[in-house]
Ligand binder design. Sequence first.
Ligand code: FAD
Length: 388
Amino acid sequence: MIKVPPRIAESHVRAGVRQLCAAFDDSYWRALDAEHAYPKEFVEALTRAGYLSVLIPREYGGGGLDLAAGCAVMEEVNRSGGNGGACHAQMYTMGTLLRHGSAEQKRRYLPRIASGELRLQAFGVTEPDAGTDTTSLRTTAVRHGGHYIVNGNKIWISRVEHSDLMLLLARTTPLPDVRKRGDGLSVFIVDLHEAVGHGLTVRPIRTMLNHSTTELFFENVRVPAENLIGIEGQGFRYILDGMNAERILIAAECVGDGRWFIARAVARAKQREVFSRPIGANQGVQFPIARAYANVEAADLMRIRATELFDRGEPCGVQANTAKLLAAEASWEAANACMQTFGGCGFAAEYDIERKFRETRLYQVAPISTNLILTYLAEHALGLPRSY
Ligand SMILES: Cc1cc2nc3c(=O)[nH]c(=O)nc-3n(C[C@H](O)[C@H](O)[C@H](O)COP(=O)(O)OP(=O)(O)OC[C@H]3O[C@@H](n4cnc5c(N)ncnc54)[C@H](O)[C@@H]3O)c2cc1C
């Protein structure tokens, strides 16, 4: 087999995704946004073309590429005006299965995820009383013979209605009985077709953006014991293990958004004439766009640095978190610069600025809030005391 150098693979993937996204233009995403509908055709096309399985090893039918290629996919989706939030979770949830799943679990699920037969798009961690403070989560999974019985409540669990499988984090040992708060949590693969209607109730939550997210209620949901990933009680570590990839992929989406906003702002600044000349001839219009451009490019350099370390298997927590922080801030800055450049038209749905503006705001809060990244950097990069 010819070994494709990573750089070539990345640019090849980038060009392919760009071409695929061209068939899903502004009007496609705008119509879905108005209806709060899932981009079914887009996710199917991306899956069929193999782009959502670039990180799955070839032996399981995936692309066998590195994280740089995954970032190229997510950046290009957002850069095209789309929203990677509809399908990005598969890239990072799959890593938990790949790194910690048994040989049998990998054989059972990965080839079917790679082929698109199964979707692993749902990731159940957050709870109403345990958002940022994950180890306080109260959903329990208690072993009874060949099953775990799950009870509890999750919130903001996205894409459940459009996924076949969900990774679930639940407490298997009560908090008072563990030495460290992160102990006693376990990860399960939940077959959503088996669970929904058999103890699992899904309540959609309407949000300010088109993001299919839900609240989940578990009442004696039976999960086969063979669906436990890795060792019981070690699940929190497995989830933390996947965080760097998640941060880096999200940073790539933010960079994609930032570049989209800047391209739109520049085009508008050149074309729109006020006082008989293009508004882009004014420094007051140019400078915010130029500043946002500089910050998006800088964030992308940090994203590239984090990706390189990740792909070499080196520690990259500080770089991955820094990349996510800078990229989320840069995309938000670019969104504001673009909104201002469009003036009143920025508020009209037909220009798509307000839609992307709402979408890119989410990255300040989810999947990890900016403050929590700052706490990580204060502790791990600067050696300051843990503040929470
Ligand atoms: C649209 C959407 C989709 C989501 N999808 C998923 C999903 O698929 N799966 C999933 O598990 N979760 C999901 N989430 C949840 C998301 O990860 C959480 O919203 C996020 O982690 C913040 O948790 P919280 O909302 O409970 O905020 P809280 O924990 O209540 O925090 C509120 C604010 O206080 C700040 N804060 C809290 N503690 C500290 C501290 N010690 N120091 C400084 N600041 C602090 C936070 O930074 C935040 O800004 C989603 C959320 C949204 C809105």
